[in-house]
Design a protein around this ligand. Structure first.
Ligand SMILES: [Zn+2]
Length: 175
């Protein structure tokens, strides 16, 4: 099944009232998006839909985790996802760009509301710019063994004897 059809709400013909939907977002969801920062993911999404005549109000609750790679120790870690958003979908004669955040204007000819791109945006925006293991008891939660191996490779501990500086000193003297 196509992602766009899998994460869609067929509102056409729904009487005004409240409805509930649930979706599971796994790796196949993000693999369908080229260039995604997220690959391994296990998130459930509960949607409470309030259907009015020309408006759908979607109360979205995301819960789960995204696996990220730590920028410091390069080991994977689970980044918890817990997000609640309200998305307002206005049904108009023609689809248009909405000026407000969390508002979408769709065409009445659409009959279904496709949620996929919105799920993608909400979850992608949660990923922090610097991806680091969460602190544990005030200390970095990184794998100490991985940090030791990295330090051995980058020579962080022997900065005092870094001979790259000798070359620079020489240039200065020559001038
Ligand atoms: Zn780490």
């Amino acid at each position: 099944m196509d992602m766009a059809d899998k994460y869609a709400i067929p509102y056409f013909g729904l009487e005004p009232g409240e409805y509930a939907y649930s979706f599971t977002i796994g790796r196949d969801f993000f693999n369908a998006y080229e260039g995604s920062l997220i690959h391994e993911v296990d998130v459930s999404l509960e949607v409470r839909l309030t259907r009015r005549e020309r408006i759908l109000v979607l109360d979205l609750s995301f819960d789960g985790k995204v696996d990220l790679t730590c920028d410091r120790c390069l080991e994977p870690f689970a980044f918890p996802v817990e997000l609640r958003r309200e998305l307002v979908v206005k049904i108009s004669e023609e689809a248009a760009e909405a000026k407000e955040e969390d508002v979408v204007i769709i065409s009445e000819d659409d009959h279904v509301f496709r949620l996929g791109d919105h799920i993608y945006d909400y979850l992608s925006l949660l990923v922090p710019y610097r991806k680091l293991h969460p602190d544990q008891d005030g200390k970095a939660g990184c794998d100490p063994d991985a940090i030791r191996v990295l330090e051995a490779h980058t020579g962080k501990k022997s900065r005092g004897k870094d001979d790259r500086w000798d070359g620079l000193k020489k240039i200065k003297i020559d001038n």
